[in-house]
Design a protein around this ligand. Structure first.
Ligand SMILES: Nc1ncnc2c1ncn2[C@@H]1O[C@H](COP(=O)(O)OP(=O)(O)OP(=O)(O)O)[C@@H](O)[C@H]1O
Ligand SMILES: [Mg+2]
Length: 264
């Protein structure tokens, strides 16, 4: 956690309406370098909407986003990537008709050394293939052939690929929207370990999850969303499965002051 440092990510009073539907209402969230912040809530609470806004995939209706203390307006996801934000979307955002290596390097392809690369933009497939294999191996992912089309992968393999890709490129902030929902037990465990390693590199991680046990085991703080509003903010000692479930369902209601209080 910080000792007076600026948050890597600061979301200030972000609201989002879709037609007449208020998906988010003045939601604020901070994530400091080297911590994992959980974002939980029932289906439709607004978690993915907030992740898409921070990732530059959708504009907020109102509110601001700061990265490293600097206000940012993202016109598209590339702007957010350039600000140091990597994202694993709930729908994974993979190109199904391209192979594993191409997906790993989507938008960041390596060109060949020498004039072939400089002049003709030839891609350095051997280097890209080797790097893809290395990063997938770190997650103990079972993707035997990185030259198969993404559409031929299982759900869990696709999820592992999306996570490995985001993890490899993230610099300041990593947004994970339900990263372990399709994974086997061993891969889930690997993803939690990977999250800890990325956190230890000084990245701020925001983890959206319905897996309460994962949230308890890896998160330093948690924000609970309910119907687009912040329902509670929990510190490390308060993160228990029982507490999470109670605030998510509305069985327990935080006093207004503590739910609305900004993190610091
Ligand atoms: N593109 C859209 N157009 C209209 N309504 C939308 C759109 N995206 C999300 N919504 C609505 O906004 C609300 C919040 O949706 P969101 O996907 O953010 O929820 P969530 O917390 O991620 O839920 P889940 O746990 O099911 O993934 C929902 O009521 C949803 O129907
Ligand atoms: Mg969602």
């Amino acid at each position: 956690m910080s000792s007076g440092a600026a948050p890597a990510l600061k979301v200030n009073n972000v609201s989002k309406t879709y037609g007449g539907l208020r998906a988010l209402e003045a939601v604020s969230l901070t994530a400091f370098p080297g911590e994992v912040v959980g974002l939980v809530g029932d289906n439709g609470a607004g978690k993915s909407t907030l992740m898409r806004i921070v990732a530059g995939a959708q504009p907020p209706t109102s509110g601001e986003i700061e990265v490293d203390g600097q206000a940012r307006v993202f016109a598209n996801p590339i702007d957010a990537v350039e600000a140091g934000i990597s994202t694993v979307y709930q729908d994974l955002a993979l190109a199904m008709h391209r192979d594993v290596v191409a997906n790993f390097f989507l938008g960041r392809e390596l060109v060949s050394p020498g004039w072939l690369g400089r002049r003709l933009g030839w891609l350095d497939r051997p280097a890209m293939t080797a790097r893809t294999r290395d990063e997938l191996a770190r997650l103990q992912t079972r993707i035997p052939n990185v030259e198969v089309m993404c559409r031929e992968l299982s759900g869990g393999q696709r999820q592992a690929l999306a996570i490995a890709r985001a993890a490899a490129w993230c610099r300041r902030v990593l947004l994970l929207d339900e990263p372990t929902s399709a994974l086997g037990v061993k891969q889930q465990h690997e993803v939690l370990e990977l999250i800890r390693r990325i956190r230890d590199r000084g990245v701020a991680v925001v983890l959206v999850s319905h897996q309460m046990q994962d949230v308890v085991s890896v998160c330093d703080r948690v924000t609970v969303l309910r119907l687009g509003n912040v329902a509670a903010r929990l510190g490390k000692d308060e993160i228990t499965v029982e507490n999470l479930v109670a605030y998510i369902t509305g069985a327990r209601v935080a006093d207004r002051g503590s739910a609305l209080q900004e993190d610091s």
